[in-house]
Unconditional design. Structure first.
Length: 203
């Protein structure tokens, strides 16, 4: 199952995902490719695969991406190889923008779509300003984009309001755990359970 987490820039989705991964087994993070500059605390191959525009465009031409988009002047994309990898858990969480989420929806893959929003517009504005990663003009563009993006919330399966980080992490974990409780998802384990009842002998 793909758990596609998206939301406006600065909504905290990456932090929520990191917290959720620490409390769940059988779930791995899909590392996206991007052409944006690496930030100080980031490591290539952990948060993103940082590549050049030329490399990214070569991957586009080769059909290497499951989804990709241009966001705030930089390329972002999820490679097919990342999602199709047989190493590690089968359940995968994607941290992607709204454009990318829309592309994944069109592929009709087994996926759940989760939208993260801050409790108020002012909270998003404060977060973008306090993290000191963008100049005022870039922040203004991100906020303008966010105003448009939140209108797509009804198109998603779940929404997480990131007011308190601990609760937001628990909400994402709850979505994953609930999906794993579906009858279809429990088919293998359930078969053994049902067989034990069918073979039961009541004295």
């Amino acid at each position: 199952m793909l758990f596609v987490v998206t939301g406006p820039s600065g909504c905290g989705k990456s932090t929520i995902i990191r917290g959720a991964l620490q409390g769940l087994d059988r779930l791995r993070f899909s590392v996206s490719h991007t052409t944006r500059p690496k930030r100080n605390a980031e490591t290539n191959g952990r948060e993103y695969h940082f590549i050049s525009d030329e490399e990214f465009e070569g991957m586009i031409a080769a059909g290497a991406f499951l989804e990709w988009a241009t966001v705030h002047g930089h390329y972002y994309g999820t490679s097919k190889a990342e999602v199709e990898s047989k190493s590690g858990p089968a359940d995968i969480v994607l941290d992607i923008d709204i454009q990318g989420a829309s592309q994944v929806k069109d592929l009709d893959l087994p996926a759940l779509f989760i939208f993260v929003v801050p409790p108020r517009f002012k909270d998003l504005k404060d977060r973008l300003e306090q993290r000191s990663q963008d100049d005022p003009e870039a922040i203004r563009r991100r906020l303008e984009t966010a105003v448009r993006e939140v209108e797509s919330v009804p198109e998603f399966d779940y929404v997480i309001i990131n007011d308190r980080l601990e609760e937001a992490v628990e909400d994402l974990q709850a979505v994953v755990r609930a999906d794993r409780c579906r009858v279809e998802a429990r088919a293998v384990d359930l078969k053994a359970v049902l067989n034990s009842f069918r073979e039961a002998r009541l004295d």
